[in-house]
Design a protein around this ligand. Structure first.
Ligand SMILES: [Zn+2]
Length: 379
């Protein structure tokens, strides 16, 4: 592990908070849509979600934001650490989406490669959040977008991590960097920084916009970077030039997440890609149809998919976190008025809702009513 990686490891570990967190958020059922025009694709259905057995563990949250024809994925560890993998296009307002989701800090920004559909929004995000670390493929681009991205990193004082193979621990989650070849002759797509995300038995893979050349280079030089995964991020927006059959046969994903814009000028998704996913029995979720797609993953390997969720719907569906919510949110909880809300804020943190017994004015019966309401959580 490089010096930078070691430092990163140490600093990110410093963010680790108590691991015994419990969640009580409600899950909305995915909205199945008919795929009449693309018979090769499986229609997402409610029973494609895997019920999670390990309800005592806090989830790893994976959010593929709807950024049109581009890509931006937010990873939130159970310990509260946050990684943003790519930042969408210049016009996608990724910063606005992150703010709407109440994301307060971003510890690490990863740019898979410096094409505009992946780094367009990163200048604003980096300026606003000043992430401690930024990791990219290290290859210069000649665009204004890339210049603005570099300026933002310099201004924010973020530390650049070289795109070497390494594992970055963020809380109980391991983010293993899939390295680019680092050879300019491969082009930008085939110099993507990817990742393997592991949370116990759960594994997700992304190889950026990798095409055949990078996949073959990786298979040759890092063949162990293709484990069996539950979830895979479609390479290159479900282009026919993205995921290759030999990789899909190795990783055997149950779910494929594809980020693309409706009626995009590239014709994504290509039928060839959808047929490949269909051939391994994977269910495909697409931002052009399902909007922002959210997953919760658990260390026993199970996960839940919440497609068809706009940022507004996510905000509507989420729990009121007694450890973080503002007073105007806390009063949505039954038996909590303005005075009790102040008491909750003064008595933080809470390891569970039962801990609310420490708050003046909340009797055991009140806490039972709060649990029955199902709105509050202690995360
Ligand atoms: Zn792209």
């Amino acid at each position: 592990m490089s010096l930078s990686a070691s430092r990163c490891f140490v600093v990110l570990l410093a963010f680790v908070t108590a691991s015994a967190l419990f969640v009580g958020c409600q899950t909305s059922d995915p909205e199945a849509e008919s795929d009449t025009d693309t018979p090769s694709e499986e229609a997402p259905a409610a029973d494609s979600d895997t019920a999670h057995a390990d309800s005592t563990a806090a989830p790893l949250r994976i959010t593929m934001l709807d950024v049109g024809q581009g890509e931006a994925i937010l990873l939130e560890s159970p310990g509260g650490q946050t990684i943003l993998y790519d930042g969408g296009t210049n016009s996608a307002d990724v910063l606005g989406q992150l703010r709407a989701l109440d994301i307060e800090t971003i510890d690490l920004v990863v740019a898979s490669h410096p094409d505009e559909d992946h780094i367009g929004g990163l200048d604003e995000v980096i300026a606003a959040y000043a992430p401690r670390f930024v990791l990219d493929n290290g290859l210069a681009h000649t665009t204004r977008t890339y210049e603005r991205y570099l300026d933002a990193i310099e201004e924010a004082g973020s530390q650049l991590i070289p795109p070497e193979r390494q594992t970055i621990e963020f809380g109980p989650v391991a983010f293993e960097v899939v390295p680019p070849p680092g050879d300019e002759s491969f082009g930008q797509n085939d110099n993507s920084v990817g990742f393997l995300l592991r949370y116990g038995d759960f594994v997700m893979s992304s190889y950026g916009d990798a095409e055949r050349d990078q996949f073959e280079w990786l298979l040759d030089t890092h063949p162990d970077l293709f484990p069996k995964v539950q979830v895979h991020k479609s390479s290159h927006h479900a282009s026919r030039n993205g995921d290759i059959a030999s990789v899909l046969e190795r990783i055997q994903p149950e779910v494929v997440l594809a980020s693309l814009g409706a009626d995009n000028r590239y014709g994504h998704p290509h039928d060839e890609a959808l047929l490949r996913y269909d051939g391994i029995g994977a269910t495909v979720y697409r931002t052009d149809r399902h909007g922002t797609i959210r997953l919760r993953a658990y260390p026993d390997g199970s996960y839940e998919v919440e497609p068809a969720m706009s940022v507004a719907a996510i905000i509507e569906a989420r729990c009121v976190n007694v450890n973080r919510a503002a007073p105007d949110e806390l009063v949505r909880i039954t038996n909590v008025g303005p005075a009790t809300a102040q008491g909750i804020m003064a008595a933080r943190p809470f390891r569970s809702l039962n801990d609310l017994a420490r708050v003046d004015g909340l009797a055991t019966a009140s806490i039972e009513a709060i649990k029955t309401q199902g709105l509050a959580c202690a995360e």
